[in-house]
Design a protein around this ligand. Structure first.
Ligand code: F6P
Length: 331
């Protein structure tokens, strides 16, 4: 439960907000929540464009209630985002803190993934309060069961895979569909189950034994299956060459489809809009109370927060039972 009151002694008067790293559907809902919650708490808000790069370049705008009207349904981020090499250097971090002081920014809400959190730690190291909000389609942040954008991305990918499946069946083909996720297999696992794929390849459990897949395709053909859908995670990759090898070994026409950036765009789902709104408001509330160096998380049905360093040190693992079930259902 978040306390609503905060002492005047360490009163935060102005907060900054930025989005950083890969964009994720729902970031706009989080921005909207931060702006409106802060204004509701009597605090000014500065929007920083293009992540940490925009902070260094002083691309800073005042944000009012109406600036976040009509954005909750939009994909991407109205603030823009970037990956910033300059900010990884100490010099850049010192400069960023100076910019914050110059613009009277007492604390920052930073929305993004692991890299964004590392940036938040660096800001805190330079005396700027910071709170992280988890946003990445990859779901690869260990301290939280939910990250902004994952739900929209898996739904987008699932719909696309259904379509590929239709044409695969008509042509009696094997389809390898590569989904995003960087080094994590969550999108692949979820789509693999939701799309009823015959094989699900995720980096966390991949044994590089292509022969098992080939045997599976041959066995399924014998059983009369007209298609074979393989969901391949980006962390394994090489879908096109894999398709060539599978076609040669099985005699079944095989196509590779790499879904790519379409998974990061589009209007956020209800879940992403709702959770992003709560997380944005939560981050603002704790920042307004003078709390710093924390990251918001969702665990066991509750919104909570962790020390950023502790959060980054946590390890995430694919749930063994879920993986086992995915294997069983795909046979
Ligand atoms: O982290 C989100 C993500 O889309 C990953 O799934 C992917 O590996 C990466 O970003 C791509 O990053 P970029 O936008 O820099 O190409």
């Amino acid at each position: 439960m978040i306390e609503r009151e905060y002492s005047n002694e360490h009163r935060i008067k102005t907060i900054g907000i930025l989005t950083s790293g890969g964009d994720a559907p729902g970031m706009n809902a989080a921005i909207r929540a931060v702006v409106r919650k802060a204004l509701g708490n009597g605090i000014k808000v500065k929007g920083i464009k293009k992540g940490y790069q925009g902070l260094l370049n002083e691309e800073i705008i005042d944000m009012e209630r109406h600036d976040v009207s009509d954005i909750i349904q939009r994909g991407g981020t109205i603030l823009g985002t970037a990956r910033c090499a300059e900010f990884r250097e100490l010099e850049g971090q010192i400069k960023a803190a100076e910019v914050c002081r110059k613009h009277k920014i007492d604390g920052m809400v930073v929305i993004g993934g692991d890299g964004t959190y590392r940036g938040a730690i660096d800001l805190v190291g330079q005396g700027v309060n910071a709170i992280g909000v988890p946003a990445t389609i990859d779901l690869d942040i260990a301290c939280t069961e939910y990250t902004i954008g994952f739900d929209t991305a898996v739904n987008t990918a699932m719909e696309a895979i259904d379509k590929v499946r239709d044409t695969s069946s008509s042509h009696e083909r094997c389809s390898i569909i590569e989904v995003m996720g960087r080094n994590a297999g969550y999108i692949a696992l979820w789509c693999g189950v939701a799309n009823g794929a015959e094989d699900i390849l995720i980096p966390e459990n991949y044994d590089f034994n292509e022969q098992t897949i080939i045997n599976n395709i041959i066995a399924n053909r014998k059983k009369g299956k007209t298609h074979h859908i393989i969901i391949n995670a980006e962390g394994i990759g090489h879908s096109t060459s894999m398709a060539r090898r599978i076609e040669a070994a099985t005699g079944m026409e095989t196509r590779a489809t790499i879904l790519g950036y379409m998974q990061r765009g589009g209007s956020p789902t209800c879940k992403d809009r709702f959770y992003a709104s709560i997380m944005g408001a939560y981050a603002t509330d704790i920042l307004c109370r003078g709390v710093t160096n924390r990251v918001v998380a969702y665990r066991h049905g509750e919104f909570i927060d962790f020390d950023i360093k502790e959060a980054l040190a946590m390890q995430k693992k694919i749930n063994d039972y879920q993986f086992e079930v995915s294997r069983l259902l795909s046979q």
